[in-house]
Design a protein around this ligand. Structure first.
Ligand code: AMP
Length: 492
């Protein structure tokens, strides 16, 4: 996947950052010509040894922004003797995928150094991790729950941590990890360097930062794609039961090679994946009910271009370094308008524009309106004249009710079973985080808390089926049509 679309600093070069030669070699090997803005700002602050509060999300180059200076600092100050299972740097992350990616970055940038790293997350056998902890380990990348399991089993000693990184801190709080994080912080030596990365700054994050950071340096980089200028956005107004057919048609007709499809629920992701595969389109679903090897395999195949379609839930896709894609499809619109911006922010590559396509059923009109209000523009409604829906549609399964717009998701169909005590999977509240722990279901910010109200029933300005192609309208539209001039409004 090309990453040339990443914005680079125009003022500062890597040579200005005074990183050790082995790191400069690794940077050159990675093909990076200049630091990104977050790297240009964060690296000098971390090298100076101070605490850091950074506002940056995935896709800004933030991982190298903390990994490079950490590797430099640890190499510059080698330990006289090192004990097994006692990391010098702890990087806490919200999800397994992000943990794997961050540790991969540590390895990539540290390949000419003798430092050792390890990744640990839940959902996999703990024994190989226990074995690995018996060796040298300088940098540990971990999700909070599994880390605490190791502490409980006394297989991990956190008394040697010199640098703590909280990566995607807002997601960790969203996923209900605050108590685990506080427990972990209490186990660390008082004297240490703290780096906190977060895409958003809610009151909760500010409270965490206030208690954790001492005189921090601040770095903030613009959120990606909030203007979405480079992204070609479009909406297809289409009944839910036709969506999978339209999507299959679009993929085949345009020969899309790499498309990330967002569904609202894990079951929805599975159903859609099965339908696409039945239609001859290789696809895989990625969500919390999938085993870790299955998720890793699907992600790797999607990234290397052998799997054209990845179907994901929002939380499963979060933090994944799968951006700069040519196509993102919203199979259903998200409940939270901001999630739309996050989703479509994954498109756009190397100067050319990306396309974000939303398949919208009449029940989703109020979501669409809220999104358009947020992005301050109307998304063009387009028709697909070449699409002919199948004549005999199977009966539609009843759909679970959706939440009023603006509320956090805690899916009706994806609630996870209560975790048995000591099951060793605390770090995955519902494995992809969709089922939140009690007390963690607060909306992220006051705006979301008050959330826009569902739209009032009113006749559509234009019958929605006018947006469908002639062929689609004349082919078996459901009776009574979902898209009648008087749509069936929900949320009254
Ligand atoms: P991150 O925001 O850390 O997830 O990084 C997003 C992507 O940007 C990763 O695939 C990195 O390999 C890539 N990247 C990081 N730094 C640079 C750079 N200075 N120049 C080009 N690409 C970079």
């Amino acid at each position: 996947m090309s990453h040339t679309a990443i914005p680079l600093s125009t003022e500062i070069s890597f040579a200005d950052l005074n990183l050790a030669q082995p790191l400069m070699r690794a940077i050159a090997d990675a093909g990076y010509t200049r630091p990104t803005p977050v790297q240009a700002q964060a690296i000098p602050l971390v090298l100076a040894g101070g605490d850091l509060l950074a506002g940056a999300q995935t896709g800004t180059g933030k991982t190298a922004g903390f990994t490079l200076p950490i590797l430099h600092l640890l190499t510059a100050k080698p330990l006289a003797s090192q004990r097994a299972g006692r990391p010098r740097c702890l990087i806490l992350v919200p999800t397994r995928e992000l943990a794997a990616q961050v540790e991969e970055s540590v390895q990539t940038y540290g390949k000419y150094l003798s430092l050792k790293s390890m990744v640990m997350f839940g959902g996999v056998n703990i024994n190989p991790q226990i074995k690995a902890l018996r060796g040298q380990m300088d940098i540990l990348v971990a999700t909070p729950g599994r880390l605490l399991d190791h502490v409980g089993q006394k297989t991990l000693d956190l008394s040697g941590v010199e640098i703590l990184v909280l990566d995607e801190a807002d997601r960790m709080l969203d996923m209900g990890f605050i108590r685990d994080i506080r427990k972990i912080i209490a186990l660390l030596p008082k004297q240490r360097q703290n780096l906190l990365f977060s895409a958003t700054f809610s009151d909760e994050i500010k409270t965490l930062a206030d208690g954790l950071l001492h005189n921090p340096g601040y770095v903030e980089v613009a959120r990606r794609n909030t203007t979405a200028e480079l992204i070609e956005q479009s909406v297809h107004l289409v009944p839910q039961k036709l969506k999978s057919y339209l999507l299959a048609h679009l993929i085949k007709h345009h020969d899309w090679k790499q498309v990330l499809v967002f569904t609202r629920t894990k079951h929805g992701a599975n159903r859609l994946t099965e339908k696409l595969i039945a239609d001859g389109i290789p696809a895989a679903a990625i969500h919390g009910n999938k085993s870790q090897p299955a998720r890793t395999k699907a992600l790797a195949q999607f990234k290397d271009g052998t799997l054209p379609v990845l179907v994901a839930t929002d939380i499963a896709a979060r933090g994944l370094d799968i951006d700069m894609l040519p196509h993102v499809v919203n199979f259903e619109l998200p409940n939270i308008p901001e999630d739309y911006v996050h989703r479509i922010g994954r498109t756009g590559r190397a100067g050319s524009s990306g396309a974000a396509i939303s398949l919208v059923d009449s029940e989703e009109f109020s979501y669409l309106k809220s999104i358009e209000r947020l992005i301050k523009r109307e998304i063009p409604k387009v028709t697909v004249d070449s699409f002919v829906p199948p004549a005999n549609l199977p009966a539609e399964a009843p759909r679970p009710p959706r939440q009023p717009h603006g509320q956090k998701r805690h899916s009706h169909t994806t609630a996870s079973a209560p975790r048995p005590a000591g099951s060793g999977n605390r770090n995955q509240p519902s494995r992809d985080g969709q089922g939140r722990k009690p007390g963690s279901q607060q909306p992220r910010n006051p705006q979301q808390r008050n959330g826009p109200q569902p739209a009032k029933p009113r006749p559509a300005a234009k019958p929605a089926d006018q947006h469908l192609s002639e062929a689609a309208r004349h082919q078996s539209m459901p009776q009574p049509a979902l898209f009648s001039p008087k749509p069936v409004w929900r949320g009254k």
